[in-house]
Design a binder for this molecule. Sequence first.
Ligand SMILES: Nc1ncnc2c1ncn2[C@@H]1O[C@H](COP(=O)(O)OP(=O)(O)O)[C@@H](O)[C@H]1O
Ligand SMILES: C[C@@](O)(CCOP(=O)(O)OP(=O)(O)O)CC(=O)O
Length: 519
Amino acid sequence: MAVVASAPGKVLMTGGYLVLERPNAGIVLSTNARFYAIVKPLNNNIDPEILAWTYVKLTSPQMSRETIYKMSLEHLTLQCVSSRQVSVSCTILAYLIVSQCLLLSYDSRNPFVEFAVQYAVAAARAKFDKDKKDMLHKLLLQGLDITILGCNDFYSYRNQIEARGLPLKAESLASLPPFTSITFNTEEEKGETRKPEVAKTGLGSSAAMTTAVTAALLHYFTVVNLPSLSEDQHHEKESTADIDVVHEIAQTAHCIAQGKVGSGFDVSSAVYGSQRYVRFSPDVLSSAQLQDALKGKSLDEVISDVINGKWDHERTKFSLPPLMNLLLGEPGAGGSSTVSMVGAVKKWQKSEPQKALETWKKLSDANSALEVRLNMLSTMAKERWDSYRSVIDKCSLHKSEKWMELSSEPTEAEIVKALLGARDTMLEIRFHMRLMGQAAGIPIEPESQTKLLDATMNMEGVLFAGVPGAGGFDAVFAVTLGNSSSNVAKEWSSLNVLALLVREDPRGVSLETGDPRTK
Ligand SMILES: Nc1ncnc2c1ncn2[C@@H]1O[C@H](COP(=O)(O)OP(=O)(O)O)[C@@H](O)[C@H]1O
Ligand SMILES: C[C@@](O)(CCOP(=O)(O)OP(=O)(O)O)CC(=O)O
């Protein structure tokens, strides 16, 4: 029986850079862009002769790639035995032709999935008693057939839309077949051509992919029982023990595959959904990092350190107040390298510690203030729904400068004040993020984005807009009121900005009923 699991992509609305250090928090919204992993046995006829190793087949239809690994059942090491490009359909070919670089030349390894497989099997072994270990061994002998699929929203199709002469509108994106082939951007840096990179929108495809594969495998091995999408996924639900295991394993695999320990908000939101996040102490992964660097400990020892480690990340339920929508717009073909941006900020913190501390304090206060204001609006919506709905409806049709005049009674005026307060706080966050970028010499909110964000914040029904995560030239986000998103998308189109189809969806990792391509 196949197991299908999915995990969402993310948008870090506040907390870029600061969230790398405890106890700073980041507000991360998960999205309806989901990454799927399908796991099933590769071969139903177990060959009793083969007891020392098994096969793992990894198929990425969007990269037209199929890789076969041989996995040692003792050490869980993976050896790539074949990798080939599988045939592509005519529609996919059309996209490939216009892409800047054909996939054939691209590196065929997928370290995210490779580590997810190794760590998930090791976790199952660590958790199981003798009988269940035998069951696991039999399951592994049948081989693992893994297919990975990311929603189109994870990838940038802007170049293809332009190349095909289609209008730069969400409708053009909607006309693409689901799970369309991925293309690569080749970038020039100082006259040299860099390694081609997947053309992404910045929703965290690797974190969602690692989480979906880890979750599907752990469910397939019966280590965990994943919730389904229809189940009420409350973060504060008494027992999150099963998804906590998914988190620990996916986070470890993701860090090791990336070769760095980031804040982990992307994996946390892929597992638990939208939240206020405070990072885990990096020490919890020291054993896994050492193993990778020195090949000192066995995977079984490392996994028991990971499972028994002190995972001290904090997550609190958070989602946008009712009748507010998250909208993303792609102003260009993307391409900021988060790693080098983080490096530049760290260098600045060392060279100007006092100034950096002051900026971080102001940013941290503004981030907290925005969170308080949005939570206040959620409470107002709960307690005074009619006034709240009426204010949102009215404000959705006007620019913010008119909002105060629209309130017809004191409760409404109070709600408008809270909306305007949230707006001002976002302006403050943007101001300090820009200062940090200037001081560190990196484009956190580059001038072109400032112009776009100012224009967006001046559109009817826009609460605020900003650069998500590390900032740069990737997609921008806007939080819009009521039904104003379609107007914003239209205005963006006239500014050469492509409105993406993605929206907020607070749900985390889940079990699916079947292959998403057959839906
Ligand atoms: N559909 C896919 N099939 C195989 N690998 C994928 C797929 N989607 C993403 N990846 C891998 O994930 C990497 C992108 O991850 P990441 O840098 O986290 O992107 P994002 O900006 O979306 O966070 C790609 O370089 C590729 O290795
Ligand atoms: C700088 C950061 O705080 C936020 C980066 O956020 P992005 O959403 O830009 O992430 P990528 O998917 O890696 O591009 C680094 C971190 O928190 O790890």
